[in-house]
Design a binder for this molecule. Structure first.
Ligand SMILES: [Zn+2]
Length: 455
């Protein structure tokens, strides 16, 4: 990996790009990622990479840049490094430094997107630049892809790219994307989750019927009142446990330092009847418990009451949208059956669930050369740590790349200090990235790809 050590100039260059990206506000909505895509395109062109900028609308473009394989050695399908350049919005009044300052305080670079995921955009570009400077002959094309519109559902970004211009991605074998590769400290041990699966999405609309009429003569069985009861019931019902091989591997991975006993506890936590009672006793920290639980079952969260009607009328129908998420192996029909079991006793036949949008859970194998390379790289870069194949409750651009037949891993290596509450920084206030951990990640990723792309 010594060849992939960054020089002082390369460090400065990576830091400057990260700060420049943070200083372009790409809060989504509205997104307006044009300037940041243009900046990355210019940087790629300066390194002699061929670039294409495409999109459904000019203000929301996507970039595909190619570092081509050596024509005499090319034997494999491309590997993609993918990032999104949009961010969730930020309220500057609640931040220590402006979310668009890119302020460096001696330890951290601050700003919206520092972690999610302009940090990886700057990192992936620095890696491509490093490999280009080393002038190594690649066995496959290396693609640097920067997309818009991930945070609002990927419609104009990776979904558009995969649907409309899959030719630009050239049938990739692998995609490296968020979320994974960061140090996770637990009870004196260091873990590195590598994301190999994502939950599915089932966005539903619940329509509840009730007595209509003039609201000066109210009853208790109006559609709105019944909808309120339904929302309450859905919110307070824990849906059944669905232990999947993906969840099992994650639980076992974090239990690995405890050996045999750890494996036994992991298998009891994923047990459909024992797990729901055991998990709260074994995992006391609320956010960790919530994320483990979200991986073990489907969730259905009422998020948006649909407005309509007059203030002085009882409408015959009331609507709420429900953000449903599917555990690995589950389908939209499975979730609807679980909701029917809650709603039918409450509402009889006076309701309907319709599917607004759905997308199946995704998961990828561990027995690939790339996964092994990632694992070996981490264990060499941080001896004594543990690599854990992980599942995330949310979704990323990998949901779309998976449709191309690509194996997608979340591997965004970052060495993090123990006192940093990293997960709270995703979409949170005071998002920031430790600069030394960011440089460490560039060297780890560059070293890993130097080996993998030339082998
Ligand atoms: Zn992200």
């Amino acid at each position: 990996m010594d060849g992939c050590r960054l020089s002082a100039e390369e460090r400065d260059e990576a830091l400057a790009l990260l700060q420049d990206l943070i200083r372009i506000d790409t809060s989504n909505p509205p997104g307006e990622e044009g300037a940041s895509i243009q900046l990355l395109e210019q940087r790629c062109q300066a390194f002699g990479l061929a670039t294409e900028v495409v999109g459904a609308i000019p203000e929301r473009p996507n970039l595909v840049a190619t570092f081509p394989a050596d024509p005499d050695r090319c034997t494999d399908r491309p590997l993609v490094l993918s990032c999104h350049v949009d961010t969730v919005p930020a309220d500057p009044d609640r931040w220590t430094y402006s979310p668009w300052s890119g302020h460096y305080d001696g330890n951290y670079v601050w700003g919206r997107g520092a972690i999610d995921m302009k940090g990886f955009a700057a990192m992936a570009f620095a890696v491509v630049a490093k490999l280009k400077r080393l002038d190594i002959p690649l066995r496959r094309d290396l693609l640097f892809v920067a997309v818009s519109d991930e945070e609002a559902g990927t419609r104009l970004g990776s979904r558009w790219l995969v649907d409309e211009r899959p030719d630009l991605l050239r049938n990739p074998e692998y995609v490296i994307n968020e979320v994974g590769g960061f140090t996770t400290h637990r009870e004196g041990n260091r873990f590195y989750p590598v994301q190999v699966a994502e939950k599915g999405v089932a966005w539903l609309r619940l329509a509840v019927c009730g007595e209509s009429g003039h609201s000066s003569l109210p009853g208790t069985d109006s559609a709105v009142a019944r909808l309120g009861r339904a929302v309450n019931r859905i919110t307070h019902t824990r849906l059944p446990w669905h232990p999947s091989p993906e969840a099992q591997r994650l639980l076992e991975g974090f239990a690995a330092p405890r050996g045999y006993v750890g494996r036994q506890i992991a298998s009891l936590i994923s047990h459909p009847r024992i797990g729901p009672h055991l998990l709260p006793r074994m995992v006391r920290e609320p956010s960790r418990r919530a994320s483990l639980e979200a991986i073990l079952r489907n969730t259905a969260t009422p998020t948006s009451l649909c407005e309509g009607g007059n203030i002085n009328m009882l409408p015959g129908v009331a609507l709420v949208d429900i953000d449903g998420r599917l555990a690995p192996g589950q389908t939209t029909d499975d979730l609807i059956a679980e909701l029917d079991a809650i709603l039918f006793p409450l509402l009889g036949k006076d309701y309907a669930l319709t599917v607004l949008h759905d997308s199946a859970p995704i998961s990828f194998p561990l027995d690939t050369p790339l996964y092994r390379e990632i694992e070996e790289t981490i264990l060499a870069a941080d001896p004594g740590s543990y690599v854990v194949p992980s599942v995330i409750p949310g979704f990323t651009d990998s949901h779309n790349y998976a449709r191309l037949g690509a194996v997608c891993y979340g591997f965004y290596p970052l060495r993090l200090p123990e006192d940093l509450d990293f997960t709270s920084l995703f979409h949170g206030e005071n998002e920031r990235i430790p600069l030394d951990g960011f440089y460490w990640g560039i060297e780890v990723l560059a070293g890993m790809l130097e080996r993998f792309l030339t082998r």
